[in-house]
Each structure stands twice: as C-alpha cells, then as structure tokens.
Design a protein. Sequence first.
Length: 298
Amino acid sequence: MISWVEKLTDESVKTSFVMVATGVYHQKFAYFLDDKNLEINIVLPNKISNYIKTLDIKTINDKTCSQAIARFGLDRKLTQWTKPKAIFRNLQQLTRERGQIVDERSVIKNQLHAENTEAEPNAGSLKRMKQRIKLLNGQEKEIKKEISEIINLDSNLKKDVANICTIPGVGILTVAIVLGETNGFELIQNSKQLSSYAGLDVKEKQSGTSVKGKPRISKQGNKNLRKAMYLPALSAVKWNEIYKEDYARLVSKHGIKMKALVSIQRKLLELIYVIHKSKTEFDKEYESKKNSVKPQVA
C-alpha cells in the first residue's frame, strides 16, 4: 500500500492517512504507519457517518466510503494521531480486561440467584457457578495489583494519580481507566473536547419553533469513560456538598435523576482533566470559583 501511495504522490506534498476507529482492528495498521513515521488521523465512526450524510452519495460500499473518508481528511483540520505511550496502553488493556471480568461475574451472579430461587436447585450447577465467581474474583485481584505496580513504577504518574485521587469518590481504578482511555490526555485540548470524546456532551435537535427534541447526552464516544464515571458521580452526590447541591438543583429543575447524575459525571471528568493538567490537588471550592466567574460584556 505504501508503494502504491508513493507512486501517486508528489514527494514535496505531505501525505496524511485517515482511518476510522474500528474497535481494536485498526490498531496494528496504525502502529505500522506510525513506525514508518507517517502522519495518521484516526476518526470516530459517527463523525464519518454524519459526514457521509452531507454528501451526494447514493451507493454505500467500501469504495464510496473510502472516497468520503479521503474528502473528510481534506475538508477538516484533523489532529495527528500518535501511538499511545506503553504505560497508558497497558493501563487501558488491564482496565478493559477487568471490566470484562466484572461484567461476566455479574452475569454468573444473576444465574446463581436464579438457580437458588428454583424449587429444586441443581447442586452441581451451584458449585460450578461459585467456583467461576471465585476464579473471577481472584483474576480481578491480580489485575488491580498489576495496575498499582504500573502506577508505582513511574514517579510522575504516581504523583498525578495521587493528586486526582484527592477528589472525593475518585479512586485509583477510576483514574487508571481515564488515563488509559485518553492516553494521559495526550490529544485532549480542553474540557469540552474531553466531554465530547466521552460522549457526555449534550445533543439537541431544534428547528424553528415547531420541532424541538429533548436535550440528551450524545453517547457517541468512549463508553469506558462514561462507565468509569458512574460510581464516582454517585459517591459525589452523596458525600460532596457542592455536587450534592448541584444534583438536587438539577433534579428539581427537570425531575430526571439520571440526567442530573450525567451532569455530575461530566463535571467530575472535567475536574480530573483540570487537576491532571495543573498538577495540583483537589480544591473543594473549585466549582464555586468556576461558577462565580461571570463573562464580561463588551
């Protein structure tokens, strides 16, 4: 492919490779291109899908999609992709594996509960389910130990994690997920971009005065980030007075608890980003100070 590209391009013109993120299936090719010191741009599938809808394309196949991706790369100013640092890649792999274990364990626990509820439970089935739960518990413990070891081996990362963990409700595992999924915020330039990457940004549909959809989170982003912020948000609205007040205010405004909780998730994720960038500990007055800043009117 590289030989083919070289035949078609002028040496004086810089070539960029644009590809769609397809789970993990694009990674080997992206790493290969990076090793060749070539410029790579990786785009979320929903962005390409929305872009294709704006084009006059009647037939959707591999050829027309490739052409659309090329046009997208020419039309937009894209951020160059860089290979994740080994330490953050390891954190991502371990935290994702741990997430799979937790999900699998939940399924087995539900099966165990159902079996126990039956009139005549099968003793062999109960035994095997308990053994599988015990195995998964042990594997989760091993993963948590490996995550701690990785963090402790890097003094700078250890300090960053310690600072972020001063946020009430945020623990080492949450920080490991966030840093692993964002490559240590390598390509994140601001809080708004981070919320969009996590799919916690608000999506609203409105046309004049006749058509108006309810604002909702896009969910078009990294689901691992959204999932990681759920429990910290629950803890924050219970124990942190500032977020407790925000949560109560939002619930009283629209009456939807989950919507209010999503807002807290977004604020916590943005706060993690701010603390990581500023290299400081949690300031309990942060939200108050941020809310007190009024935009100046020219």
